[in-house]
Design a protein around this ligand. Structure first.
Ligand code: GPP
Ligand code: IPE
Length: 296
């Protein structure tokens, strides 16, 4: 990873991790609930969605600070999805981000409710934004974009298709549907939200959306590849869990080399769309390379 990207990822991670606990201050919440929410939020993670959102704002020459709370909101939605994905009714995983999963520490009921609270509070946070540089119309666009990405047509729909696809072999089209919605849509929402906050034009948003769709596929294909050849200590959970859960993955369907070839094809497509956007491309290009080359 180049030094500039390392410092960008470190800086955005630090900003988000400082802000996240602050957004729960002065709220009247049962102590165990806030503890369970903060447990998973604090458990680490690459914070790639906040980095993409903030990086998009910066690439349009606007102050990243304007997107900090929305970046936190999207990280809260992502964290809820991981808490629920790990539940016994879903992937039944014991470890996440190098720590016991939320339900292992707090029990299933509280894990479900901590996820629910993270999801709902994320939207409360966006509607409460009080900044001169974000209009009411922009807030409405953000809520529309993010709720659609997280909801039945987005991440939830993708997760249902993923569960229904277990124990049978899927076609590539079916797998693309799952990857795009389960993973790609929230990553897309992060990038498009950055563009909305930066006041980007409709054309630029449309091209960024196409870029993000390709990036979302890349992200999950790489996750599948890491599940085969990654390092357990870096990933923070056992490798081979996709096989254990009888999931169809790119490496299962196309072989490891075939999966890597697809990853590269989507990377080329992503960069083509990115070059069409009127912005400074450098940062999002390096983030695209990072998605393909990351080790966890
Ligand atoms: C509505 C819900 C609960 C959505 C979950 C979405 C999601 C991306 C789960 C992780 O996928 P994964 O199982 O492929 O990733 P990991 O290998 O990290 O568990
Ligand atoms: C969508 C997928 C593949 C689940 C894991 O997401 P990340 O790889 O972003 O997980 P963290 O870094 O946030 O733990």
């Amino acid at each position: 990873m180049n030094a500039e990207l390392t410092s960008f990822l470190t800086e955005t991670k630090e900003q988000v991790e400082k802000r996240l606990p602050q957004v729960f201050e002065n709220l009247s919440i049962p102590e165990t609930l806030v503890e369970a929410m903060i447990y998973s939020l604090n458990a680490g993670g690459k914070r790639i969605r906040p980095a993409l959102l903030l990086g998009t704002i910066q690439s349009f020459g606007k102050p990243m600070e304007s997107g900090l709370d929305v970046a936190c909101a999207i990280e809260m939605i992502h964290t809820y999805s991981l808490i629920h994905d790990d539940l016994p009714a879903m992937d039944d995983d014991d470890m996440r981000r190098g720590k016991p999963t939320n339900h292992k520490v707090y029990g299933e009921a509280l894990a479900i409710l901590a996820g629910d609270a993270l999801l709902t509070y994320s939207f409360e946070l966006i509607t409460q934004l009080d900044r001169e540089d974000i209009s009411t119309e922009q807030k409405l666009l953000l809520v529309q974009e993010i709720s659609k990405a997280a909801g039945p047509e987005g991440m939830v729909g993708g997760q249902v298709a993923d569960i229904e696809g277990e124990n049978r072999s899927l076609s590539l089209d079916e797998l693309v549907y799952i990857h795009q919605h389960k993973t790609g849509d929230l990553l897309t929402a992060a990038i498009v939200s950055g563009a909305i906050i930066a006041g980007a034009s409709k054309d630029d948003i449309a091209n960024l959306r196409m870029f993000a769709k390709e990036l979302g596929l890349m992200f999950q294909i790489k996750d599948d590849i890491l599940d085969v050849e990654g390092d357990q200590d870096l990933i923070g959970k056992p490798i081979g869990s996709d096989d254990g859960n009888n999931k169809s993955t790119y490496p299962n369907l196309l072989g490891l080399e075939g999966a890597k070839k697809k990853l590269n094809e989507h990377m080329s497509n992503a960069k083509e769309y990115l070059y069409k956007v009127k912005m400074n491309h450098g940062l999002l290009l390096t983030l695209t390379n990072y998605v393909a080359e990351r080790d966890h």
